[in-house]
Design a protein around this ligand. Structure first.
Ligand SMILES: Nc1nc2c(ncn2[C@@H]2O[C@H](COP(=O)(O)OP(=O)(O)OP(=O)(O)O)[C@@H](O)[C@H]2O)c(=O)[nH]1
Ligand SMILES: [Mg+2]
Length: 450
C-alpha cells in the first residue's frame, strides 16, 4: 500500500478549474519533478503555492498547488492537490505526467479506502462520503453529512460500550466465582441491560426505514390500461413533457423515467406501457415489464379512465396491486363518469391530467402514505445502507438469543458468547472487522479521485 496514487478529482469536461490529487509517501518527490515554483520539500504543510507544471522543457500549465503533509490529511498520507486550468487536455496531460513520473492511477474510491485503512474514518463515515457525493435532495445531503461526520458512528459506539459493560460484568463474575450470590444479581443485570439495548436497537431500526427512504427514494411505477393517461400524469408530476402523449393506445412502448422530489424525498417515477393482452411483440414485452415493475416498486400508481367501464384486465390489475403500497387514480374526471370501481381499501384520487386538476391531491396522498411530513428536520442520525441495517438486525437477534439463554438458565459463559456476537456485529457496521471483498465491493462504487 506504499505506492503513491493519483487521479483527477473533479468532473471531467469543460470547466474553469480541475483538481488532480496525489497521495502517498512519494507525493512530494514525484510532483517536484514536474513543478517549477517554491521547493516543496521546504514549504510548510497545509499551504498553497503558485507555480508551473512542466514536461521537461515544455510548459504545460500555470497552477495553484496545495500541499498537506501526513498525518493530518484525508488519507493520513502526504497529499498534493494541483489546481490546474479546466478542460480535458490540460487535466489529462498533468495526470499522465504524474503517472510517468512514478504515480499509479488510483482506483475508484481509493483515497477514501486509504482514509479508512489508515484509521482516519470508519466504514459508516466512508459510506457517508459516497452518499454525500451522490445525494440529490437536501434531506439526503443532511443524512449523508451526519453519517460522514461521525454522528451515526457515535450511536453505534454507544451501543457497543453498553454491551461491553455487560460482558465485563460477566467476566468479573466468572473470575470470582467464590461469591455465591453474585451470579443471581448479574443475571438480573444482564437481562435488564440487554432489554434496554434491544429497545435502543429497535428504535434505530424503526428510524432506519426513514433513512433508506431519504437515501434511496421511493420507486414509483405508473400502470394502467393503454390510453388512460399514464404518460400525461407523469408529465404533470415532472412538470415537463418527458413522455410522449397521443390518443393512440399503446403509445408508450418501453418505460419512461423521471425523478421528482416531494418534501425532499425523491420519487423515482417509471411510466410503463399500458397493460392489456396484445399480439404486438414489442408491446407485449413492455406489458410483461410493467408487471415486473409492480413487483419491484415501493409505490404503484394505478390509473383508470373515468370515462370507460372497468375491463377484465383492469380487474386483474386491481388484484395485482392489492398487496402493494398503491394509489388508484381515476383520470379524465373532466369527462362523464362511466367507471364503477369495486369496493377497495386502496386510496382513490380523482383527477384530470388534461386540465391539470388533482395533482396536488395526489402529492398530498403520497406524503400521507409515507409519513413524509413527519420526517424530522434536524436529526438525521439514521442508518441508511442495507449493509448496516442488516448487521443491526443480526445483532438484535443475538441479543434475543441472550435473553432466551437466560430464560433457559444456560450457564453464563454460554450467554456471554451471544453477547460477544452482538458486540462483533455492531463492530462490523463501523468496520472494526471487515473482509477484503466487502471493501472492494464498497469502494468500487465510488467515483474516481475520491
Ligand atoms: N379528457 C381527458 N383526456 C386526457 C386526460 N389525460 C390524458 N388524456 C388524453 O388521453 C390520451 C392518452 O394519454 P396518454 O398520457 O398518452 O395515455 P397513456 O396511458 O400513457 O397511454 P399508453 O402510453 O398508450 O399506454 C391523450 O390523447 C391525452 O391527451 C384527461 O384527464 N382528460
Ligand atoms: Mg403512455
Amino acid at each position: 500500500m506504499n505506492d503513491t496514487i493519483a487521479a483527477i478529482s473533479t468532473a471531467l469536461g469543460v470547466g474553469a478549474i480541475s483538481i488532480i490529487r496525489v497521495s502517498g509517501e512519494d507525493s512530494i518527490a514525484i510532483v517536484s519533478k514536474i513543478w517549477k515554483g517554491k521547493d516543496l520539500t521546504k514549504v510548510p504543510s497545509h499551504t498553497i503555492h503558485y507555480g508551473f507544471i512542466y514536461d521537461q522543457e515544455e510548459l504545460i500549465d500555470e497552477v495553484l498547488l496545495s500541499i498537506m503533509k501526513a498525518p493530518k490529511t484525508f488519507t493520513k498520507e502526504d497529499i498534493i492537490e494541483i489546481n490546474s486550468h479546466g478542460g480535458i487536455a490540460t487535466t489529462n496531460r498533468i495526470l499522465e505526467l504524474l503517472l510517468t513520473n512514478g504515480c499509479r492511477l488510483a482506483e475508484p474510491g481509493e483515497f477514501t479506502k486509504r482514509a479508512f485503512l489508515n484509521g482516519r474514518i470508519d466504514l459508516i463515515e466512508a459510506e457517508g462520503v459516497m452518499d454525500l457525493i451522490s445525494s440529490k435532495t437536501d434531506k439526503s445531503r443532511s443524512l449523508a453529512l451526519s453519517q460522514m461526520t461521525g454522528e451515526v458512528s457515535n450511536m453505534i459506539h454507544q451501543l457497543r460500550t453498553k454491551i461491553a459493560d455487560v460482558i465485563s460484568n460477566i467476566e468479573v463474575n466468572i473470575d470470582y466465582p467464590e461469591y455465591e450470590d453474585i451470579e443471581v444479581v448479574t443475571i438480573e443485570q444482564v437481562k435488564e441491560n440487554v432489554t434496554y439495548i434491544e429497545k435502543e436497537i429497535q428504535r434505530i431500526l424503526a428510524r432506519s426505514e426513514t433513512g433508506s427512504l431519504i437515501k434511496e427514494g421511493i420507486k414509483t411505477v405508473i400502470v394502467g390500461k393503454p390510453n388512460v393517461g399514464k404518460s400525461s400524469i407523469l408529465n404533470r408530476l415532472l412538470e415537463e413533457e418527458k413522455a410522449i402523449v397521443t390518443d393512440i393506445a399503446g403509445t408508450t412502448r418501453d418505460v419512461v423515467e423521471g425523478d421528482i422530489a416531494i418534501d425532499g424525498i425523491l420519487l423515482h417515477m417509471i411510466d410503463t406501457a399500458g397493460i392489456r393482452e396484445t399480439q404486438d411483440k414489442v408491446e407485449s414485452i413492455g406489458v410483461k415489464k410493467s408487471l415486473e415493475w409492480i413487483q419491484k416498486a415501493d409505490l404503484v400508481l394505478c390509473v383508470f379512465n373515468n370515462n370507460e367501464i372497468l375491463s377484465e384486465e383492469e380487474e386483474e390489475l386491481l388484484k395485482q396491486i392489492e398487496k402493494k403500497t398503491s394509489i388508484i387514480i381515476v383520470n379524465k374526471k373532466d369527462l362523464p363518469c362511466q367507471l364503477q370501481l369495486p369496493k377497495t381499501d386502496i386510496p382513490v384520487i380523482r383527477m384530470s391530467a388534461l386540465e391539470n386538476d388533482g395533482i396536488e391531491e395526489l402529492r398530498a396522498e403520497i406524503k400521507k402514505i409515507f409519513h413524509l411530513e413527519q420526517i424530522e428536520q434536524t436529526d438525521y442520525t439514521y442508518l441508511s445502507s442495507a449493509r448496516s441495517i442488516s448487521l443491526l438486525k443480526q445483532s438484535l437477534q443475538a441479543l434475543q438469543a441472550v435473553k432466551e439463554g437466560i430464560a433457559q438458565s444456560l450457564p453464563i459463559d454460554m450467554i456471554e458468547i451471544d453477547l460477544k456476537n452482538a458486540w462483533n456485529l455492531l463492530g462490523e457496521i463501523i468496520g472494526e472487522t471487515y473482509t477484503e471483498e466487502l471493501l472492494d465491493e464498497m469502494f468500487s462504487r465510488f467515483c474516481l479521485g475520491k
